[in-house]
Design a protein. Structure first.
Length: 335
C-alpha cells in the first residue's frame, strides 16, 4: 500500500523494491549492512516516502540551492530572508579564508553579488559553531574588504587612475541558518529570525554596511509544532524554512497544500533518490562526515567544559586558601 508521499510523488519506490535491488547488488548490500539499523531505516524511510528527505542533507541542499542552476529560486529565498527584492548578478568563489576545520560542519556556503553590488554570504550549518557572533563578524569584515577590492578593480578598469569612492561600497550580508543552533539562541525560545546591524546610542544614523541574519531552524521547528498540528504557515518565508528543516509527511503535505509549486523542489530530490547506487554513496558519505564532525565537536565541547571546571576548581582552592589564612590570623589574635 502506498504511503501519503508515494501517492503525491509516484516516482518513489516501495520499501520492498529498494530492498530487492540492494539484496541483488553485492556492492549495495555491502554498503547497506555496514550502516547501523537506525541509518538503514532512515535511508529506507526517505527513499520510499515513509518520511521526507531532510533537505539539510548535503546532497539535497547543494542541489536545490545552487545559484548557478536555480538562480530564480535562490533569488526568492534571499529576498524573503532579507525582506527586500534581490537579484543575483554573479556567483562568487569562496576565497579560502575559512578556517581549515570549519568546512566540516557547513552544509552550504554560498557567496553571491547582487544587482546593486552588495554581497551576500549564505551559510547553512549542521551544528552551530561556538562564538557565532565573533565568527560571523570576522567573515563579515572579510566580505567588506572583498567588496572594497571589487569596487577598486571595477573602477580601475574604467579608469586606471580612478580612486575608490566610499559611496560605491555597498552592504555586505551574512546569513547563517542553523540545523542545530548554539545554546545561546535558546535564550530567545520564541524567536527564529535574529537581525543584527551596527547602530549608535545617540540616534545618529550612519550606514555601516555590515548586516547579519541568524536563523535557528530547530527553534523555528519547535515553534511551528507547538502552535498547531498540522503546521500553520503564515507566509512564504515560513514555507521555505519549513521546507528546509521538516521531513514529516504531514508537514510536507501542509507545505504543498499552501504552496503547490514546492512540489517541483521535492520532485527534484526524489528523482535523485531513484538512483539508489548514487544516493547510497552520498548518504554513506553523509553519515561518515556527520559521525566524524559530531565526535570532534563533542570532544571539543567536553574539553572546554573540563577546562572551565578546572578554572573554577582553581578559583575555589584560592578562596579556601584565603579563608584558611584569615582563620589562622584570627586565631592568633585571640591567643
Amino acid at each position: 500500500m502506498a504511503n501519503k508521499l508515494q501517492q503525491y510523488f509516484p516516482m518513489l519506490r516501495t520499501r520492498e523494491e529498494i530492498l530487492h535491488k540492494i539484496e541483488h547488488r553485492p556492492n549495495l548490500r555491502h554498503i547497506f549492512y555496514s550502516w547501523s539499523e537506525k541509518a538503514q531505516n532512515e535511508f529506507l524511510d526517505f527513499t520510499t516516502g515513509a518520511k521526507g528527505v531532510k533537505m539539510m542533507y548535503d546532497f539535497a541542499s547543494k542541489e536545490l540551492l545552487n545559484p548557478e542552476t536555480h538562480r530564480e529560486r535562490v533569488n526568492e529565498f534571499l529576498s524573503l530572508l532579507l525582506g527586500q527584492p534581490v537579484k543575483i548578478l554573479e556567483v562568487l568563489p569562496n576565497d579560502g579564508t575559512r578556517l581549515a576545520d570549519e568546512s566540516t560542519l557547513l552544509i552550504t556556503d554560498i557567496v553571491v553579488e547582487l544587482s546593486d553590488s552588495s554581497i551576500v554570504n549564505l551559510e547553512i550549518q549542521k551544528i552551530g559553531y561556538d562564538f557565532p557572533g565573533q565568527r560571523s563578524a570576522c567573515y563579515s569584515a572579510d566580505l567588506l574588504l572583498r567588496q572594497y577590492k571589487r569596487v577598486q578593480q571595477k573602477n580601475s578598469l574604467k579608469d586606471p587612475h580612478a580612486k575608490v569612492h566610499y559611496k560605491d561600497i555597498k552592504n555586505v550580508y551574512t546569513i547563517v541558518l542553523f540545523e542545530k543552533s548554539p545554546k545561546s539562541f535558546y535564550e530567545c525560545p520564541n524567536v527564529f529570525l535574529h537581525h543584527f546591524k551596527q547602530y549608535s546610542d545617540t540616534g545618529l544614523e550612519l550606514d555601516l554596511l555590515q548586516k547579519y541574519l541568524f536563523v535557528p531552524l530547530d527553534i523555528f521547528k519547535e515553534i511551528k509544532h507547538n502552535e498547531s498540528i498540522p503546521i500553520n504557515l503564515k507566509d512564504r518565508q515560513e514555507a521555505w524554512l519549513a521546507f528546509l528543516c521538516m521531513d514529516d509527511p504531514e508537514d510536507i503535505l501542509a507545505i504543498l497544500e499552501r504552496y503547490p509549486d514546492f512540489k517541483e523542489c521535492y520532485e527534484q530530490v526524489y528523482e535523485i533518490c531513484r538512483n539508489i547506487e548514487e544516493v547510497m554513496s552520498m548518504f554513506s558519505k553523509e553519515l561518515a562526515e556527520l559521525d566524524r564532525n559530531t565526535t570532534e565537536f563533542m570532544i571539543d565541547r567536553m574539553q572546554k567544559e573540563i577546562d572551565q571546571q578546572a578554572e573554577e576548581l582553581k578559583e575555589k582552592d584560592r578562596i579556601i586558601a584565603e579563608l584558611q589564612a584569615t582563620n589562622e590570623r584570627l586565631k592568633k589574635r585571640k591567643i
